[in-house]
Design a protein around this ligand. Structure first.
Ligand SMILES: [Zn+2]
Length: 157
C-alpha cells in the first residue's frame, strides 16, 4: 500500500514513513493533479476534504476525520489501510520518503554526535538528503508507542 497525503496531513505522512509506508506529501491545493498523481503511482489518497471524491473505480480515497496524527493513524488501522510490519519500521527518511541505505560504521564518524557514534553499531543514510539515522532509544520509544497504537482495540464501531 502506497499513499499520497494532502496538504493538511503532513504530520500523518511522517508517521506513515516511520512505519515504512511509501507516502508522498502533496503540498499543492490542485486536486486534479493530486488525483492524477495518485492514479499514475497507484497511491491511496489521504485527505481531510469532503470534496475529494472518487471519479473512477481505481480511485481510492480515505477521508481522515481526526486532527491528531496518532488518532489519524488509528483511523487508518481501523479501516485496515495499514498494518504493523516490524521489518519496515524506520526504513525510510522522514523528510524525503526515500528508503534508507545501511552505511559502513566509519562513514558515520564525525557526522553524528560522538557519543552516538560510540554507542551505536548500525548507521543508515538517506540517498537524497544524506541525513544519517541510527537505531537508538528514540526509536525504541517510538516503537513502543506504535505497538500500543496497533494493539488498542477500537473504541467504537
Ligand atoms: Zn532524506
Amino acid at each position: 500500500m502506497k499513499f499520497i497525503a494532502d496538504r493538511m496531513l503532513g504530520k500523518l505522512a511522517k508517521e506513515l514513513r516511520k512505519l515504512g509506508y511509501d507516502t508522498v506529501y502533496y503540498r499543492s491545493e490542485n486536486a486534479y493533479s493530486l488525483i492524477k498523481l495518485a492514479r499514475e503511482e497507484g497511491r491511496v489518497i489521504l485527505t481531510r476534504s469532503a470534496k475529494l471524491t472518487p471519479k473512477r473505480p481505481e480511485d481510492r480515497i480515505v477521508r481522515i476525520m481526526e486532527d491528531k496524527p496518532s488518532l489519524q493513524l488509528r483511523e487508518l488501522i481501523q479501516v485496515k489501510a495499514i498494518h504493523l510490519d516490524e521489518e519496515a519500521l524506520f526504513s525510510r527518511c522522514l523528510t524525503c520518503n526515500m528508503v534508507l541505505h545501511e552505511i559502513p560504521r566509519d562513514e558515520a564518524e564525525g557526522k553524528v554526535p560522538d557519543f552516538i557514534f560510540y554507542q551505536q553499531k548500525d548507521f543508515f543514510r538517506c540517498p537524497q538528503c544524506a541525513r544519517i539515522y541510527w537505531r537508538g532509544s528514540h526509536q525504541d520509544h517510538m516503537k513502543k508507542r506504535i505497538e500500543e497504537l496497533f494493539d488498542k482495540p477500537a473504541a467504537s464501531g
